[in-house]
Design a binder for this molecule. Sequence first.
Ligand SMILES: Nc1ncnc2c1ncn2[C@@H]1O[C@H](COP(=O)(O)OP(=O)(O)OP(=O)(O)O)[C@@H](O)[C@H]1O
Length: 337
Amino acid sequence: MSDPLTDPAATPDEIAFEGALRPTSLAEFVGQPKVRGQLEVLLQAARMQERTPDHILLAGPPGLGKTTLATIIGAETGRPIRYSSGPAIQHAGDLAAVLSALVPGEVLFVDEIHRMARSAEEMLYLAMEDFRIDIMVGKGAGAASIPLELAPFTLVGATTRSGMLPAPLRDRFGFTAHLEFYDPADLERVLARSSRLMDLTIEPAALAELAGRSRGTPRIANRLLRRVRDWLLVHEGSSDLEGVRAALELYDVDEAGLDRIDRAVLHAIAHRFTGGPVGLSTLAAAVGEEADTIESVVEPFLVREGLIGRTPRGRIATPTGMRHAGAQTQDATLDGV
Ligand SMILES: Nc1ncnc2c1ncn2[C@@H]1O[C@H](COP(=O)(O)OP(=O)(O)OP(=O)(O)O)[C@@H](O)[C@H]1O
């Protein structure tokens, strides 16, 4: 199990908390200036021509605001929004039921769209292009296809793996927004906004500290803020830099945003395997974690921070990573791998 504090995926108990902190307009949406600008033009053009906006694909790692943007697209266009997800659409019939219930102009949000069944994907091609589907009734020689007209709608798909989407589906989106990790200044603004909504007063230096430990991800920033709020309440502590540092120390999040598992992985590569290279399964066994967790949650962050590198022979610690783990560096040329 990965550490829930720094895992970018939402936990079930977070849904209500996240809903309360979700911006409801593009103006309120912090950061991602490029995507915001692109969406503004796209939505305004549709408004001016009184048509449904083009289908939109939101691509990027978890916790960066895809669901939030979908909700905003609904709000900005003044249209109702219906939520679904790839894993919930396991048959073409599941999709037909959703599509046939849409009201004119509705926004249909499909989270994790890359996990939808293949048979449903094919139905979606026609629906996206022509706002109609063919429903198959009967079997064998008596089978017939009945065309069904759909209300015009805007599909907003979200994916953490745009590379896994088949090209014909990707091509049917009029616009793809690529969400990037947030820089610390933007995360500070996310945190300032969230603390206002949570009725918390936190000093700017303390917010900056939290932002620096949030892995470029608003979901993690909000989650750390929630832990700091609890700490302040229980310890009657002060909401300054020292208070935030003490709270994060309790939860094992270090100054670079590394948690217990990140540090265990880095420490194993640096010390046990003397800087690497080491294969994924050996590493997983050494730290007692699932290889999948290491590959999908821990590694991308450590690579992005320049602490480890991936080579054809396995994972290595960079000199920065070796220093972070308190290990001797043997080869200064590894920096920036
Ligand atoms: N740009 C932003 N400004 C303010 N808050 C944000 C922003 N982006 C995300 N958040 C907050 O971060 C949390 C997670 O966002 P959201 O659920 O939209 O992420 P997601 O990309 O859809 O994640 P997943 O891929 O796991 O579904 C929400 O509470 C949301 O309010």
